[in-house]
Ligand binder design. Structure first.
Ligand code: SF4
Ligand code: SF4
Ligand code: SF4
Ligand code: SF4
Ligand code: FES
Length: 872
């Protein structure tokens, strides 16, 4: 640390740190219109001038580095005057009417300008008014009334301004507002490794361009919004709620629940509605300053009016009708009690969800086990997670791994096994790119389909769909010195990490699929083998198994899975069960429960309570699932949206949605992350924890369950209980919780590191093989209600087809094809792309509310399909 004097005050600062950051951190204002914290300085705007004792001229504080004894003044008359002069040059290319106006302090929103009427562009007509860094800079540098060019024509108002792109659904680009600070270029390039924005032209024609200078949509921008965050003007703006967000009333820290990375977001709220999202830089070291398009814009995927607003019950007719809470809850409790009486508790099932909070999943399984007395608790996300976790248990004696995703960016070697990590877990993919670009890491990708990460890979192994496990197993074998064909180059990179510390940390990343439990289990086993072969007993700390949905691990931790009570106590182990029974003061069933597949196929179930799950969207063999739901005597669904599953229900209990409730979710690397209620509930909707508490209490009364606790003042009390029962959550009580901290594994972590045989998966299809996965752009909430705008860019509403196959089938790009498999058909637009290999087809899972799952049978990750060209 060095001691420096800043405006007469002595402060300590890291030796060599950028002076501008030290000034800002000391709470002293300094204009810095082109600087981005933590990135090398660009030194283009010249607004950060300061006086440094001993220097012959004023210095740029963004290029100056802290040195012992430095004496710095930001407030000298000369520095202040120079900053004004520099800023006035910048303003000559900007719509500056309000910025330099002597009466700006008197102007209120909506006032008519009393200065001139010919100029329409000014702050009061700008969507960035009151949240604009250039505007603040002008205020702080006291530009009001500073007009050295008075009487002269102003360049900005003289030149014809370039066209704005207001058509994009996510990002608006209005180049006439640009001050060419290049922050956006550097953010896209250096923070996102995307390079969608360039600095084009020279002199007067210098400008910012997307791609080759066309529409934003035609560039390779993936709408992460990082450039919007750094743009100091209104040039780059969010399209949704652009105007509403000028009057953001408060900011609420919460968590994106669109994948298991669990990025922390700050949601700007106005009149009870979300209107803007920024990364919450304080709460989560993995996401830190970055989000993806889903985290940035997912809050706006459905409008409040599209959410369920009152309880619905199916009385006599086929259509559900509005009901009071009392009627809906009484009906549900009464029907469950009757069915239990008639068919026994095992005829009742409960589906939790990775879209629900830890507290809600916990409460659901408590009601199932301790009130109803059924062990049948699972989720449509259960089968894949279970298969992967069984492999982890064989390898490490535990499914709870200590891997920390902040390691990804620090890695020197990475093995990524994922269909398309960029799309499924965007910010995790970004951290892998960080490692390659900033840290010189070597990257091996195993993917049947090309994703953006392949462009960063040293080796891309491209197995046939369905042969991924065999490929990863071959890598593990080769690392252990056994002969393996076709993986020599990749093995050499992994072997270097094993043998040479300078190529570590090694990170092995596997993104779980939605479908295909057996294959997920096999790939997890193979990935664990690779990690163990390379790192031995340290392997578990470097293996990252990333579930698709937000809270898969939390759902399992909380016991919303048939084989484990909370805290991974085996349901069929007497001693473990006793602990839970004593804690709850109620008996729980002595067996493991039906799995999700069994619940929707064996006809034994008569009633099902569904919490935020949507099997008609996520589960394969949709026709069979629909039939089995239709055969139930009671289907009760708690959800905030009229999903297909909710629409099939006898009773629908409206939840408040992820931005309307308190709770926690547990990320892929086991950080317990808070959700805070930011938005107002839609009419009568209630958070699911309260619905469950009410339903559980009414049921307990009917079933005389005794003193079991089911009513809580809020999720904080539920978490207090979880923290006592599940050691992983010991530090997660709301009072003690450290935002974004990883769980303490406390006896539940890895106990060994053992190689295991990798089960053979079915041979790859000879004909066309269809796979599915998570697209980047389609929101779950939009897709779940079949919104035509679920994919606002309409980029993912098609089947990907290889050019050679398209030619053989006589289909051109944009033509229609029909896919047939397992007795079902799907007709959709073809996109001809080399991203899929020969004889491979890919349809995004979220297209039209999970329409493609109808083509898959239980357990299939890849389906042989017949392809018929419907039109060219
Ligand atoms: S970008 Fe900022 S400074 Fe420019 S007109 Fe808009 S609010 Fe004013
Ligand atoms: S939104 Fe993201 S990808 Fe698009 S230009 Fe901005 S930084 Fe680049
Ligand atoms: S678009 Fe914004 S961030 Fe990019 S150069 Fe212009 S003003 Fe700077
Ligand atoms: S990476 Fe995942 S958690 Fe992060 S913003 Fe994107 S969807 Fe949300
Ligand atoms: S911030 Fe120093 S020159 Fe722009």
């Amino acid at each position: 640390m060095a001691k420096i004097t800043l405006n007469g005050r002595e402060i300590e600062a890291p030796d060599g740190a950028p002076l501008v950051e030290v000034i800002k951190n000391a709470g002293v204002y300094i204009s810095n219109l082109c600087y981005i914290d933590d990135l090398p300085p660009y030194a283009g705007c010249r607004t950060c001038l300061v006086e440094i004792e001993g220097a012959p001229t004023l210095q740029l504080s963004c290029t100056a580095k802290v040195a012992e004894g430095m004496v710095v003044r930001t407030d000298s008359a000369q520095a202040a005057a120079s900053r004004q002069a520099v800023l006035s040059l910048i303003l000559s290319y900007h719509s500056d009417r309000c910025l330099t106006c002597h009466r700006v302090v008197k102007c209120k929103p909506g006032d008519t300008c009393l200065r001139d009427s010919v100029v329409t562009h000014r702050c009061v007509t700008c969507s960035k008014n009151y949240r604009c860094e250039l505007q603040t800079t002008c205020e702080m540098v006291q530009m009001a009334g500073y007009e050295p060019w008075e009487g002269e024509e102003r360049t900005f108002y003289e030149l014809e301004q370039p066209e704005a792109d207001h058509a994009n659904p996510f990002l608006e680009f209005d180049p006439q507002m640009c001050i060419i600070c290049t922050r956006c270029v550097r953010a896209c390039d250096q923070l996102r490794h995307t390079g969608a924005i360039t600095l084009a032209g020279r002199g007067f024609s210098t400008r910012i361009e997307f791609g080759a200078g066309g529409a934003v949509h035609d560039s390779n921008c993936d709408f992460c919004g990082a450039c919007i965050d750094v743009c100091p003007t209104a040039t780059l703006m969010e399209h949704p709620n652009k105007w509403a967000a000028t009057e953001t009333e408060r900011w609420v820290s919460t968590t994106c629940t669109s994948c298991s990375v669990g990025c922390s977001i700050s949601l700007g709220v106005r009149k009870g509605r979300g209107v803007i999202v920024r990364p919450d830089t304080t709460a989560n070291p993995v996401s830190h300053r970055q989000l993806c398009v889903r985290g940035r814009f997912g809050y706006d995927a459905v409008k409040p009016s599209q959410r369920l607003s009152q309880p619905l019950v199916r009385r006599n007719g086929p259509d559900p009708v509005g009901a009071t809470w009392d009627e809906a809850l009484e009906l549900t409790a009464a029907r469950l009690a009757e069915i239990r009486e008639k068919h026994g508790p095992a005829a009742i099932g409960f589906l939790g969800s990775p879209l629900a909070t830890n507290e809600e999943n916990y409460l659901l399984q408590k009601i199932a086990r301790a009130v109803v007395g059924t062990p049948n608790v699972d989720s449509s996300a259960g089968p894949v997670a279970r298969a992967a976790c069984e492999s982890l248990r064989r390898a490490f004696g535990s499914e709870v791994l200590p891997a920390d995703m902040t390691q990804l960016a620090r890695s020197k070697t990475l093995l990524v096994i994922a269909e398309d990590l960029e799309s499924s877990h965007n910010v995790a993919a970004l951290r892998c790119k960080d490692a390659v670009v900033n840290n010189g890491a070597r990257l091996v990708v195993v993917a049947a389909r090309r994703g953006e990460l392949c462009d960063f890979a040293d080796v891309w192994l491209q197995p046939r769909p369905g042969e991924e496990a065999a490929t990863v197993a071959a890598l593990a074998d080769a690392l252990r010195g056994e002969a393996a064909a076709g993986v020599a180059e990749a093995t050499a990179l992994l072997a270097a990490a094993r043998d040479d510390e300078s190529w570590r940390p090694l990170s092995v990343v596997y993104a779980l699929p939605h479908l295909g439990a057996a294959e997920a289990g096999a790939i997890t086993a193979a990935a664990a083998n690779v990690a163990i072969a390379a790192l031995g007993q340290e392997a578990a700390g470097s293996l990252f198994v990333l579930p698709q949905e937000a809270n898969v691990w939390g759902m399992r931790d909380a016991g919303a899975t048939g084989e484990y009570l909370p805290g991974y106590r085996p349901a069929d182990d007497g001693a473990a069960r006793k602990t839970v029974e004593q804690f709850w003061g109620a008996p729980v069933p002595a067996t493991t429960g039906l799995t999700f597949e069994q619940m929707v196929s064996n006809g034994k179930l008569k009633a099902l309570v569904v919490l935020n799950d949507n099997p008609l969207f996520f589960a394969p063999a949709t026709a069979r699932v629909r039939e089995s739901l239709a055969g139930l005597e009671l289907l009760a669904v708690i959800d905030s949206l009229p999903t297909d599953t909710a629409n099939a229900a006898h009773v629908v209990l409206p939840d408040t949605g992820p931005f309307g409730k308190e709770g926690t979710v547990t990320s892929a690397d086991r950080r317990v992350l808070r959700l805070h209620a930011a938005t107002l509930p839609q009419d009568e909707a209630q958070p699911a924890w309260r619905i469950l508490g009410e339903l559980g209490s009414r049921l307990a009364q009917r079933l005389n369950t005794g003193e079991l606790r089911l009513n809580y003042a809020g999720p904080a009390e539920i978490m207090d209980e979880i923290a006592q029962l599940v050691p992983l959550y010991a530090n997660a009580t709301y009072k003690e919780m450290e935002p974004g901290a990883q769980q303490p594994l406390d006896g539940l972590g890895p106990r060994k590191a053992e190689l295991q045989p990798v089960p053979a998966t079915p041979a790859a299809a000879q004909g066309y093989a269809l796979t599915t996965g998570r697209g980047l752009y389609t929101s779950y909430e939009g897709a779940a209600v079949h919104s035509p705008e679920a994919d606002r860019l309409h980029r993912e509403e098609c089947v990907d087809l290889n050019p050679a196959d398209a030619k053989a089938l006589g289909v051109s790009d944009g033509g229609q094809v029909t896919l047939r498999a397992n007795g079902n058909e799907l007709t959709l637009r073809a996109r001809v792309t080399a991203a899929v290999q020969h004889r491979m087809l890919y349809v995004p899972l979220y297209l039209d509310g999970g329409a493609v799952t109808a083509l898959f049978a239980d357990g299939q990750a890849t389906v042989p399909v017949e392809v018929v060209a419907a039109s060219r």
